[in-house]
Write a protein that binds this ligand. Sequence first.
Ligand code: FAD
Length: 278
Amino acid sequence: MIPAPFDYHRPGTLNEAVALLARHGEDAKVLAGGHSLLPAMKLRLAQPKVLVDIGRIGDLRTIREQDGKIAIGALSTHGEIESSLLLRQSCPLLPEVAATIGDAQVRNRGTIGGSLAHADPAADWPAAIVALDAEIEVAGPKGSRTIPAQAFFVDMLQTVLGPNEILKEIRVTPTPRSVAYEKFAQKASGFAVCGVAVVVENSAARIGITGVAPKAYRAAAVEAALRGKFSASQIPSAADKAAAGVEPLGDIHASPEYRAHLAKVLTRRALQRALSRG
Ligand code: FAD
């Protein structure tokens, strides 16, 4: 399939990219790795008149320490996150999640910013980002703004990003080693039928779940059940609440009931593994 005609721009800086988006408004789309956008354009599900290719903006591709946090540029590929020494030492959940995404070719091309901006309900990153309480910085014509991860996702394939905004970086606070990601993958693509990210810190757990609902969510009922009494014996009964309050999706890969079941089982396993690492 051949995409509809479009104009192509390759700005060298973030400011130029933002200016191009401001000039072309809703006609324009940001191009990162192209792993989701190009197939959509080939199927003519997306027909942007202008593509703003941010792939050469080096500033968006760094992973660095800044003011006690770790800032991950939006263009960082899954592979770069998987192999980052800084992240392995300071935020091991992210390399663990990266290693489960697709295959080597996908990890070499797909970007964390593109994944978050696309907001596929089966993407892996959203689970980790909400469990880590990350913050997301976006740049627009009026400057930058910072959005807490839980407020970033609105619905299936929808975020709070405006049409003129570019996701710039994701910032996380360093964590202890007591983290885990458990995933039941769709066999052909690797996308998550269900994925559960857990961070255990200060005798409490933060749990992000992807694949089950239209957007990733924090398993608040499980977190509450463990608060103040977190121990191995409490995990099974708490994990049973992993799908409380959500309406699980159903499709050719899994029924709503099966997704709810996976959420419980994977939450239990992720909590047990994270606790064993602590
Ligand atoms: P693009 O395709 O370039 O962009 C995607 C969307 O985000 C577009 O709408 C674009 O305009 C917008 N966008 C991109 N970057 C920005 C930005 N910085 N600011 C604002 N908007 C932006 N993902 C998983 O989570 N798990 C998997 O197991 C998995 N397996 C895959 C297997 C295959 C075969 C393929 C093709 C993809 C798979 N993916 C998986 C998804 C993939 O890894 C990418 O993360 C995802 O497709 C986003 O692609 P991209 O970074 O190339 O962004």
